[in-house]
Ligand binder design. Sequence first.
Ligand SMILES: C[S@@+](CC[C@H](N)C(=O)[O-])C[C@H]1O[C@@H](n2cnc3c(N)ncnc32)[C@H](O)[C@@H]1O
Length: 264
Amino acid sequence: MLLRAWLSAILVVGAVFGQQEVYEQYRRWITTQPVAVQKEAEPLARYREHLRGKGLDEQTVEAQIELIRKQGSRMEVERWNRILTAPKPAFNVEPNAFLVEMVKGRKPGKALDVGMGQGRNAIWLAQQGWESVGFDPAERAVAAAVATAQKLGVKLQTEIATAESFDFGENRWDLVVLSYVGAREFHEKVVRSLKPGGIVVLEAMHRDATKGRSIGGAVVFDSGELPGLFRELRMVRYQEPLSVADFGRERVRLVQMCGEKPGE
Ligand SMILES: C[S@@+](CC[C@H](N)C(=O)[O-])C[C@H]1O[C@@H](n2cnc3c(N)ncnc32)[C@H](O)[C@@H]1O
């Protein structure tokens, strides 16, 4: 009886791990495709051809495509839960250095950390006296942030949400942090939600960093793309330096932007 339960547990774990690996393989493939392919409405059709080309039988190909189609979003969340709560983190657990530089000397107000992960930036802001709010779909990462904030005795407000579902509000924030989370799909909401005089601080990957590396397309920007996306803001700083990325920990080209909403 005990042996049967044990065997079935192993089978369940094996199946779950196998499924996550199917998704990881797809992610590695899509993130190394040309931009035009990544932006296609139906990249899975092309991935199907890729799997067929690898000689997989038709049933396996269709099973993998179905799995990615139905579970892809959840698997992406699981991926971040795993990375952000790993016992030995493979990313910079200190606050983002560009954020620290841009916030220096500013009067603390209301800050929003979009896709806050395990809270390294939101918690640092709270420690500096900001009223810090953060959200992320990766619930285990957010739970880790809440636990750290409690341990440190700082106030942190969190929500399990995506940039699509979160209510950014209007004229609400003195600071919006976009640290390795992208912006292309929700930049208008961010601008609307800033108070006049409020700033957006963003760091992400430059397209050059993707050469030979598997990096999610949402956090990759082309030269000069961000000032265009955030054209309503006054650019306080925009640069594309070669520097060690907080995620990946390699020296690559980054994009760093600090933009201020006019009107104050
Ligand atoms: C590279 S991590 C960056 C985490 C954090 N901003 C930092 O700098 O430490 C990317 C984060 O984006 C989150 N994310 C993924 N999809 C998202 C979405 N649609 N809306 C908001 N956050 C998202 C992930 O869960 C993950 O926490």
